[in-house]
Design a protein around this ligand. Structure first.
Ligand code: 5GP
Ligand code: ZN
Length: 138
């Protein structure tokens, strides 16, 4: 994909601090880390988001994240780790090449402090679940 910075990293046209390279998966450090060790895991082929990534890649992506995540926690001495995927600009996706953020976490580090909301009523919550079940129908 032309003009995709992550495709350029895959082809080595752009440099990166590589952590792992597998058959279809690459991992490298995020250039603007939320915490040192913040790693991006990407498919080597250009897919835009979660829905574009073929299911045939899921097992390799998942096992890569387990392996890389373990190494990340060991190397940073983190006591926790978030796995985050932003899909579409509204969710904060800036690079339109599907990727997962692995973010080291420590007790009391204060990251991701987002206030939870409440449904207006229990009925509103069940209405939402029903709407989603309808959307799942083929
Ligand atoms: P998004 O907001 O799309 O989920 O995350 C994109 C991430 O890619 C950001 O955290 C940003 O710091 C990182 N990033 C953008 N350009 C580059 C780059 O050229 N090299 C590296 N290593 N990371 C990048
Ligand atoms: Zn790309």
């Amino acid at each position: 994909m032309e003009n995709c910075i992550f495709c350029k990293i895959v082809t080595k046209e752009s440099p990166c601090a590589e952590v792992y390279s597998g058959e279809h998966v690459l991992a490298f450090l995020d250039i603007g880390p939320i915490a040192p060790g913040h790693t991006l895991v990407i498919p080597k082929t250009h897919y835009s988001n979660l829905w574009d990534v073929p299911a045939s890649l899921a097992a390799e992506l998942f096992t890569s994240m387990q392996k890389i995540g373990g190494a990340l926690m060991e190397a940073t001495r983190a006591t926790g780790m978030n796995v985050v995927m932003n899909n579409f600009p509204s969710a904060g996706q800036v690079v339109m090449h599907a990727h997962w953020h692995l973010i080291p976490r420590f007790d009391g580090d204060g990251l991701f402090q987002v206030a939870q909301q409440q449904y207006a009523s229990r009925e509103a919550m069940y209405d939402m679940a029903a709407a989603m079940q309808r959307a799942l129908q083929p």
